[in-house]
Design a protein. Structure first.
Length: 126
C-alpha cells in the first residue's frame, strides 16, 4: 500500500527542524527524531528569485509527529504553515497564508519614503 502524500506549504524565511524528545528520568531530554520543513520563503536566490512560499512533502506519520511539537503548532496556527493533501504551486498557496515572518530580510516597502530603518546601533561620537 502506497503511503499518502501530504504537503506542507511554508512562508517561513528559514528551514525549520522540528525535533521530538524522549524524557529520561534524572536526565536531560534526549532527541529522538527530527523532521525538516523547508523555508527560504522571502529570501532572494542567486538568480534574484524571491519565492513567496515553499513546499515540503511528508508522510501522515510525520505530520502526526509534527502536530505534537509546540513550535510547529505555533507556526501552523499563526498561518505560516498550511497542510494539504493536494500538491499545488507553493507561490499560489502562499498568497492566502500569513506573509513574511519576523526573520525575513527588510525590503523597500518596510521603509517610509526617505527614512532609514531604525537600528539599535548607536553612532560613535568623534
Amino acid at each position: 500500500m502506497k503511503a499518502k502524500k501530504i504537503y506542507l506549504y511554508s512562508t517561513l524565511s528559514n528551514d525549520q527542524s522540528y525535533t521530538t524528545y524522549q524524557h529520561v528520568d534524572g536526565g536531560a531530554p534526549q532527541p529522538v527524531n527530527s523532521i525538516l520543513v523547508h523555508g527560504k520563503a522571502n529570501i532572494s536566490t542567486k538568480q534574484f528569485v524571491t519565492p513567496l512560499g515553499v513546499v515540503t512533502e511528508v508522510t501522515a506519520e510525520q505530520l502526526a509527529e509534527l502536530r505534537t511539537n509546540d513550535v510547529f503548532k505555533l507556526h501552523e496556527n499563526g498561518g505560516f504553515i498550511t497542510v494539504s493533501e493536494a500538491k499545488e504551486d507553493a507561490e499560489k498557496v502562499a498568497t492566502d497564508m500569513t506573509g513574511r515572518d519576523q526573520s525575513a530580510p527588510l525590503v523597500e516597502l518596510d521603509f517610509d519614503e526617505g527614512e532609514a530603518p531604525v537600528t539599535n546601533v548607536k553612532n560613535k561620537k568623534d
